[in-house]
Ligand binder design. Structure first.
Ligand code: AP5
Ligand code: MG
Length: 192
């Protein structure tokens, strides 16, 4: 299996690149943000609980997202590999993912981080907020809160994978296609 984590701050292009990468490499896309928004749109109890955190730019509790990922892995027993987008976001999530993959006798193949400056991120998110309907994109205070949560709770996840020598940064500014080419090159090398 080839299991990729696309890492990076809010607005760095994880979702945009994931859509192209799953087409090219035939991986199953697992975005916890998308899964949570789906729960919200169906007004499930999980969705209602998650919404209260997401609207404030805070992380949904670990046990909720880890449970969701566990179910998805079980639902795709024959997958060639997974592309994790927006997960893991805490060290506890990273450790849980290691264990879940170990049970499937596999592991993380690579962690690619999209590197984008904060001014560009704010610009992208406010711009998307005009049309996306995402409640966490329209208010600059909530966007800033998401960045501070990323710094405090999610950057330690990078260290977790640096220790395992699986982490690599890629320039996340430029056109979508330029970034896609750069990411694809790294994946092609890792797949060899
Ligand atoms: P999530 O949905 O994961 O959002 P995020 O990490 O904040 O990231 P975004 O989806 O906003 O950005 P992205 O990197 O995917 O960029 P995109 O491609 O969209 O999480 C939302 C919330 O859910 C969290 O705050 C949390 O509450 C909860 N949650 C989710 N996962 C969780 C977890 N594991 N644990 C706990 N809580 C969790 O691009 C952004 C914009 O930029 C788009 O408009 C795009 O068109 C544009 N763009 C993309 N690439 C370029 C480019 N090269 N040039 C110019 N514009 C570009
Ligand atoms: Mg996204």
């Amino acid at each position: 299996m080839f299991n990729l984590i696309l890492f990076g701050p809010p607005g760095s292009g994880k979702g945009t690149q994931s859509d192209k990468l799953v087409d090219k490499y035939g991986l199953i896309h697992l975005s916890t943000g998308n899964l949570l928004r789906e729960e919200i749109s169906h007004k499930t109890p999980l969705g209602l609980e998650a919404k209260s955190f997401m609207d404030k730019g805070r992380l949904v509790p670990d046990e909720v997202v880890i449970g969701m990922i566990g179910t998805c892995l079980d639902n795709h027993k024959d997958a060639k590999g997974f592309l994790f987008d927006g997960f893991p976001r805490t060290v506890a999530q990273a450790q849980a993912l290691d264990k879940l993959l170990e049970l499937k006798k596999t592991g993380i193949s690579a962690v690619l981080a999209l590197d984008v400056g904060e001014d560009e991120l704010v610009k992208r998110l406010l711009n998307r907020g005009k049309t996306s309907g995402r409640s966490d994109d329209s208010d600059e205070d909530v966007i800033r809160k998401r960045f501070s949560v990323y710094k405090d709770e999610t950057t330690p996840v990078a260290d977790h994978y640096k220790k395992a020598k699986k982490f690599q940064s890629i320039k996340g500014e430029g056109t979508v296609d330029e970034i896609f080419d750069a990411v694809s090159k790294v994946i092609d090398k890792k797949m060899k």
